[in-house]
Design a protein around this ligand. Structure first.
Ligand SMILES: [Ca+2]
Ligand SMILES: [Ca+2]
Ligand SMILES: [Ca+2]
Length: 343
């Protein structure tokens, strides 16, 4: 539905526009939160600033003591080896909030833009009940009036547009989740862990952002900063694009690898089956697709449900046709069952 509507919009407007840009991607910012910072080491005080790896260089200033962490999202980019820990209360760190930000907001002049990030909520207080939580995760603008971004609201992650909020999914403590928001013309689309949650033209469209771009809180915690966050985040990416050039840029090509990609090459195919079969019956992460630390038929099931369609793979590796692939998969599954150790 999303892509159809974008294509339809592209065709409808394309005939009215004499020259459609060949490159729909316009600009943005990408905070890898360690992987781009020179000399970054897990467990140490993070750099000031932390670097934006896109060309515009909208680096973020440090407030407080955020630390690099080797705790990264398992379905995140393969080359993400570091995340950022804003953790404090209840996580063994200093009970002192941390924020990254800069006074300049990211550009919103294009008709389309997309924001995505990985986040892992930490416990607010290990010894007592969770209090109300209103934490800024990533936000472009002033969260009390304009711009857009992501918040944790109690036990939910939400996309926030000024004071309007749309729930994305549960903020489960200790688990990584991927959040995404895509706006094109007057359509807003919300995603949780790579899946579309809602697509609507009824929700408010963001007002032009002022007062900066922020991660982990709004403003210096020592000078009235608010909405402070407790947990980890990684791979925060903002991209603005021209929706009229649909096809040249896919705003939903998020930084999340498909479920079932156990060999971490970005696609789900026979090589993942092979990896499962080579670790069949073992306990541990190797070859485990569904995260239960056991390598068995449920991992084969997960892989088969998430099989990458033929043609979606831009790779020199030959990909079996679906029917061939299914036969190979069933053969592999049968072979795995035969190899299953007696219990
Ligand atoms: Ca990273
Ligand atoms: Ca794979
Ligand atoms: Ca498993």
């Amino acid at each position: 539905m999303w892509r159809l509507r974008m294509v339809a919009a592209g065709i409808a407007f394309g005939v009215l526009v004499e020259e459609v840009s060949a490159s729909a991607f316009v600009g943005g910012a990408y905070y890898r939160l360690g992987d781009q910072d020179p000399g970054a080491v897990s467990g140490t005080l993070a750099a000031n600033p932390t670097l934006d790896s896109f060309g515009e260089g909208l680096h973020l200033n440090r407030f407080g003591s955020p630390k690099y962490s080797s705790d990264v999202p398992p379905r995140g980019p393969v080359d993400s080896k570091l995340s950022m820990a804003f953790a404090n209360v209840g996580l063994g760190g200093p009970a002192f909030p941390s924020v990254y930000g800069q006074s300049e907001s990211l550009t919103m002049v294009e008709q389309g833009y997309a924001l995505e990030m990985w986040v892992k909520a930490g416990p607010l207080d290990l010894d007592g009940p969770q209090g109300p939580i209103i934490s800024l995760l990533a936000y472009n603008g002033n969260p009390n009036s304009n711009g857009f971004g992501f918040f944790q609201r109690d036990r939910s992650y939400v996309a926030r547009v000024g004071v309007f909020e749309h729930i994305l999914g549960p903020a489960t403590v200790g688990e990584w989740h991927h959040l995404a928001y895509v706006k094109a013309f007057d359509t807003a689309a919300y995603f949780f862990d790579g899946s579309l949650v809602a697509e609507t033209q009824s929700d408010p469209i963001p007002q032009k952002a002022t007062d900066g771009f922020w991660l982990g809180g709004y403003g210096d915690p020592l000078a009235g900063g608010e909405f402070l966050f407790n947990g980890w985040m990684d791979e925060v990416r903002y991209q603005s694009f021209n929706p009229l050039a649909a096809g040249a840029f896919e705003p939903t090509a998020f930084l999340i690898r498909p479920a079932g990609d156990v060999n971490r090459d970005g696609v789900v195919n026979i090589f993942d089956i092979n990896l499962v079969s080579s670790h069949w019956g073992e306990s541990g992460p190797a070859g485990d697709a569904n995260g239960d630390m056991i390598v068995d038929i449920f991992d084969i099931n997960l892989i088969s449900r998430n099989w990458t369609p033929t043609g979606a793979v831009a790779s020199a590796t030959p990909v079996p046709e679906p029917t061939t692939a299914m036969l190979m998969m069933l053969t592999a599954a049968g072979w795995c069952l035969l190899r299953r150790p007696a219990t």
